[in-house]
Write a protein that binds this ligand. Structure first.
Ligand code: SIN
Length: 426
């Protein structure tokens, strides 16, 4: 394996999900003089953001009192172990974020003059705005389109960052990455490194996460001395389609389907979640998951069922095309047949301790999105609050860096290699 010569970048972003991509785009637009390099260990869209189905939870646009209710629902789902100030600030920025995503080209579903709001677990009202049940895919399609067109950001796909380090008197971080196809090692020296590397659900036997969700950011946290919090708070999504195939993530059935009327039942066709919580199938995820696991333990079954037979086929076609395609892949007709489901590890609520601007305990290392712990989610995330948190953090981070950078002594122009900053490798 050969190493190419070192090059400088002002900002090295690791991760191409909503947090990393939006952070790169926003900073590039505010500070076109900065050299930004973004690394993705797989394809751009191989992460969890593109798989998010349900949508983005926001206070209802036509009801000013819903900001308060959204905050209360978030605190209640998180068992009040959240950082309330963070919750208020992130939810308070939600409408701004939606406007921004629309300017990037995302077209959320509408109902008349307002958005169409879906209902998900733990929400007192329907407040999840979405693009059918492929919201993450559509958001990331729009953002990645801009990323590919942005020549100020050098994007490297299938290039895994293997190390981040800094010598005692060195103002720069050194980042080592390996190109998958060639095995070539790349070294970058940068003023700032951003960890936007997603979660760690793949370590669990049953998971909805993509294969790359192995907690890479936590590995760096250990090496760099970054404090972490609530790592045991892995959220399980109650409704993943049960399959014995362990090489693939389990296919998720969006919680919005329960919001539209689907019910969780046992083999006898009986609802059972209401015995655990009066909100029944639309209680927060940890409650629904525990009820399912207890039912499985009681009956000795390895799954329960989701009953979507009562839903209007027209509604299914319009709002849940991903669900219908997934059912078809499993040879299930949801209009006539119960869907076998079980809980699956879905979201890492804990992570690297960071503030809402992505600042960690180590100067020059930032953390954004699922790998960060801001206290937004507490021990149990409210459904569809995570794209919101990641997007708000990316915006706030970019705003901060636009005024702070560069923090270290900048390299001379000759030390940059302009060839490195062309968008390529997509
Ligand atoms: C879902 O659509 O149920 C998943 C959304 C989320 O994880 O918040």
């Amino acid at each position: 394996m050969k190493t190419n010569r070192e090059r400088h970048a002002d900002i090295c972003i690791i991760g191409s999900g909503i947090a990393g991509t939006l952070a790169a785009l926003e900073l590039a637009s505010a500070r076109p003089d900065l050299r930004i390099e973004l690394f993705s260990k797989g394809a751009l869209d191989a992460g969890a953001s593109s798989m998010a189905q349900g949508g983005i939870a926001v206070p209802r646009f036509n009801d000013p009192s819903d900001v308060h209710q959204h905050v209360q629902d978030t605190l209640s789902a998180g068992h009040r172990s959240n950082n309330e100030d963070t919750v208020r600030r992130i939810i308070g920025s939600a409408h701004h974020v939606i406007g921004l995503l629309e300017r990037y080209g995302v077209q959320f579903d509408r109902a008349g003059s307002d958005y169409h709001y879906a209902r998900e677990g733990g929400h007192a009202v329907a407040r999840v705005i979405h693009v059918a049940d492929r919201t993450g895919y559509e958001v990331m399609r729009a953002l990645h389109g801009h990323l590919c067109a942005q020549r100020k950001i050098c994007t490297r796909v299938h290039t895994a960052v293997t190390d981040v380090s800094r010598g005692p008197d060195d103002p720069y971080w050194t980042l080592t990455a390996e190109e998958e196809a060639s095995g070539r090692l790349i070294e970058r020296r940068g003023s700032r490194v951003v960890l936007a590397m997603g979660g760690s659900g793949w370590h669990h036997r049953w998971t909805s996460n993509p294969v790359g969700a192995v907690g890479d950011a936590l590995k760096f946290a250990g090496r760099l001395g970054l404090p972490v919090q609530e790592l045991d708070a892995m959220q399980f999504h109650p409704t993943a389609i049960y399959s014995r195939d362990q090489d693939q993530p389990l296919s998720l059935v969006t919680e919005a389907l329960r919001g539209a009327g689907a019910r969780i039942v046992n083999a006898a066709g009986e609802s059972f979640v209401r015995e655990a919580d009066a909100r029944g199938d639309l209680a927060p995820r940890d409650i629904v998951t525990t009820a399912i696991l207890e039912e499985m333990a009681l009956t000795g079954a390895d799954h329960v069922y989701l009953d979507a037979r009562q839903l209007d086929p027209m509604v299914l076609r319009e709002r849940f095309p991903t669900f219908l395609r997934t059912c078809a892949e499993h040879s299930i007709d949801p209009t006539t047949t119960l869907i076998p489901i079980r809980p699956a590890a879905h979201y890492q609520c804990g992570g690297i301790v960071a503030d809402i601007n992505g600042r960690t305990a180590v100067d020059g290392i930032d953390a954004l999105g699922e790998c960060a712990y801001t206290g937004m989610h507490g021990r149990n995330r409210l459904a569809s609050n995570s794209l919101l948190e990641a997007a708000v953090m990316a915006l706030m981070w970019a705003k901060r860096c636009a005024t702070e950078e560069p923090t270290a002594i900048r390299p001379t122009a000759a030390e940059y290699d302009s060839e490195a900053y062309d968008s390529r490798s997509h």
